[in-house]
Design a protein around this ligand. Sequence first.
Ligand code: SF4
Length: 234
Amino acid sequence: MNARDLPWRRTRDPYAILVSELMLQQTQVSRVEPRWHQFLAQFPTLHTIATASITDVEEAWQGLGYYARARNLHRTARLVTRDGADAAATLPGDAISLRTLPGIGRYTAGAVASFAYGQRTPLVDTNVARVLQRVFLPRAKRKVAATENALWELAERSLPGTSAAVWTHNQALMEIGALVCTARVMRCGECPVRRVCATYAAASVKKRSTASTGARAVAIAVQSSAAASRAISR
Ligand code: SF4
């Protein structure tokens, strides 16, 4: 499986990663990419955005929609930099602290903590939830609290032991959900987790049993036709 070369995967700057995550919440990757570069050129640090006016920030966000994201980013920057007084301030490095900031939910906190700081922190977005559910809980009801909680627990339990591997692990899960195990299609043949996937195992069993039922039906048909031919020729 070839991962996409996305610009926010080449940085460990927590602010730049937060901007990408907020933009990606409601907007397609292809639209986000150029806008992410433009936005960071105008506001390269938390401090530059904290000291900008909300009107300038909203203007820079124009075309992306859902302006609450821009307003939350501005509020976060002002909170973290103490209204611009601390020019060197950075985002907190753990998911719990990140979640106290405006507009940063459980997934976004996990993304910033693991991608920027290499924290052993799980993340579950729509793509990751789909993959985990198909791999571990194919029969669970979707979009109910018990399943959501179970998926977060699974995401946590499946994290690699070292923080160095967490970045790769979380990115890989997201990539499988985006490219291989999508809402429309399951490309199991090229999926790196098929050996441990319950959905794949169930489909393989079904295929084998359909194949053997088919083979038995063909054998019976051949025998019947041979018997019929013999009866006719007598
Ligand atoms: S093996 Fe198939 S069903 Fe399982 S995660 Fe991969 S693509 Fe999805």
